[in-house]
Design a protein around this ligand. Structure first.
Ligand code: ARG
Length: 575
């Protein structure tokens, strides 16, 4: 199966080579969707300039080379090539795609090892709304890479270490393990943290105990480690509740928190220092990657060991990048983390390159996640100014979805099931459908809308197709092609579907899930036009037409369901 735009690009490049010489084979043929045809190629304009020939003449020469192309080619205006594909070609490609087990998504060869660092909430604080996006975007990328046959290694870089754990453990002893566990499991990490913090600030004795506890924790004292585990296990159980609710694929096996790197930190620093990559500056061990300067024009340090001998966020990330390249054998490392950490990652990557830990064959990429905003355009908060609790937010989405389908006559159980799928689908799709690095406004009304580029709209298209099959007394799996495309709405849908495989490949290459959202949204819209214009099983529709329209429906359904699954958006059977 082949993406029409890609096929075209290849054919135009061949035409360029045979008309103007092999040195032009790599020129971008500048293929775009067109208002006047399926596509237009604008290369004659730029090439004409370079060759000092009239663009129209150049366009005519390209056209002559495309005489056996399965479509019509016309030269228009100053030298545009308008290209319309033959209906039969589109139909045969669509049929091939329909017969293909992978629905036109080809596996990447050779497979790559892709390490994906995502979600990464901090223990002892409520897993907040900011981690929602890193979780959802990262999980989509993991699904897409897996579907393409890549070896995906998920790394949940939990914030599970550092000086606050002294006071968190002391607080646990104060209130008792049972009470602490109950509170943490319920997702009240923020309240827990605040209570500990308040004591730390007001109670000298507690403060002193906490400080001592940090030391015993760092020394690996068995009883302190046990308490730390009690704290962490309860916290992780809460994170898992959120993951389960969202249908996120992370498991305990993917946890690779900051604490995991403790045993490596000393050696990390030693090696950096021995290699002359890190130097002592004002008592701290620092790397000064070239090109990074502060506001005072002084070189900016990446502090890998603080002046008091302690390690921090950067120390851990230096150990982690070495581990991911050397031990996990990553070809690509994707850090799905907030955009506000851009400088940190640029410095970590630069420092790792200096140390020779990040060879050119491995690409480390910060997939920047934009901030989530409230409707007021500010950082997303509750009215009382606190950050919003994730489980509450998700529950509200489900409740609202349930209200939206209240009048559809479903029994309680079915309604709950649909509401869950629609609620979670809406939240996830809204996160994925905008550029991951742009800020985005969290707005229930918009994301739960049944029109527009929303999860529910695309889900609804699948439910509609399923209902056509139910009415026909058929199953989408039983329909065989071929796909024939007569009516304009059939043709438009068929042509669009051919781009599925290329879209998925691009999502992986560019780490841009919103492209897949745009694709399934367009699919759902084109299906909706087809549905209005081309009856499938109405009286008066002859069996043959009906059958081939069912085939187009089945292909559309597979594309939508696969697409939504890759996005991590659940697909309810009915809506
Ligand atoms: N826990 C961090 C935070 O919430 C994100 C960790 C991202 N991953 C990393 N390797 N630094 O900001």
């Amino acid at each position: 199966m082949t993406d029409p735009q890609k096929v075209l690009a290849e054919r135009v490049q061949q035409a360029l080579a045979s008309a103007f010489g092999a040195e032009h084979a790599d020129a971008d043929p500048l293929i775009r969707p067109s208002q006047f045809a399926d596509f237009q190629a604008n290369v004659a304009m730029s090439l004409g300039k370079r060759l000092r020939r009239a663009p129209r003449e150049v366009a005519e020469a390209i056209k002559a080379e495309l005489s056996d192309f399965p479509g019509t080619v016309e030269v228009s205006g100053p030298g545009f090539l308008n290209i319309t594909l033959d209906d039969s070609w589109i139909a045969s490609q669509a049929t091939e795609m329909f017969e293909d087990q992978r629905t036109g998504v080809t596996e990447i060869a050779p497979a790559q090892t892709v390490v994906i660092d995502y979600s990464a909430p901090n223990a002892a604080k409520e897993m907040h709304v900011g981690h929602l996006r890193t979780t959802i975007v990262g999980d989509c990328l993991a699904r897409v890479h897996e579907h393409l046959g890549n070896h995906v290694i998920r790394q949940n870089h939990l914030g599970d270490w550092g000086t606050p754990f002294g006071m968190l453990i002391e607080h646990l002893l104060d209130i008792g393990e049972e009470a602490a566990v109950a509170q943490l499991e319920a997702g009240q990490g923020t309240e827990y943290y605040q209570a500990a913090r308040a004591k730390f600030d007001s109670d000298e004795d507690f403060k002193q105990r906490s400080r001592v506890r940090v030391t015993t924790l760092q020394s690996g004292d068995p009883e302190t480690m046990r308490l730390w585990h009690v704290f962490m296990d309860a916290t992780v159980r809460y994170f898992n509740k959120v993951y389960e609710m969202l249908g996120v694929t992370l498991t305990d096996a993917d946890i690779a928190g900051e604490s995991m790197y403790n045993p490596m930190l000393e050696k990390t620093c030693q090696d950096l220092e021995a290699a002359g990559v890190a130097t002592i500056s004002e008592g701290a061990l620092c790397v000064f990657p070239p090109g990074f300067t502060g506001s005072d024009d002084k070189p900016l340090p990446l502090i890998v060991r603080k002046s008091d001998g302690g390690y921090g966020y950067a120390s851990t990330d230096m150990a982690a990048i070495r581990y991911r390249v050397h031990d996990l054998k990553a070809d690509r490392i994707l850090y799905v983390v907030g955009a506000d950490q851009a400088l940190h990652f640029r410095m970590v990557f630069a420092a790792a390159k200096m140390a020779g830990w990040l060879p050119d064959t491995v690409s480390a990429e910060h997939i920047q996640i934009g901030m989530m905003l409230g409707k007021d355009g500010r950082r997303f908060k509750t009215r009382s100014g606190e950050s919003v609790k994730l489980t509450e937010l998700l529950n509200e989405a489900v409740e609202r979805a349930s209200a939206a389908i209240a009048d559809r006559g479903y029994d309680q159980a079915t309604r709950e099931e649909i509401a869950h799928a629609v609620g979670m689908g809406a939240v996830k799709y809204a996160d994925l459908s905008v550029n991951h690095d742009s800020e985005y406004v969290f707005d229930f009304d918009r994301m739960l809308g049944f029109t527009g580029n929303t999860g529910p709209y695309v889900q609804y298209a699948t439910a509609r197709i399923r209902s056509i099959f139910r009415r026909a007394g058929r199953s989408p799996e039983d329909v065989t092609g071929p796909i024939v495309l007569d009516a304009p709405a059939e043709r438009a849908l068929g042509l669009h579907l051919l781009g599925f495989g290329e879209t998925v490949a691009q999502v992986a290459a560019l780490s841009e899930p919103h492209r897949l959202c745009a694709f399934v949204f367009e699919t759902a819209s084109l299906f909706s036009t087809f549905f209005e214009e081309c009856p499938v099983i109405k009286e008066g529709v002859d069996p043959e037409t009906s059958e081939r329209r069912l085939a187009l429906c089945a292909l559309t359904l597979r594309v939508l369901e696969t697409g939504l699954d890759l996005l991590g958006v659940p697909v309810p059977e009915r809506m």
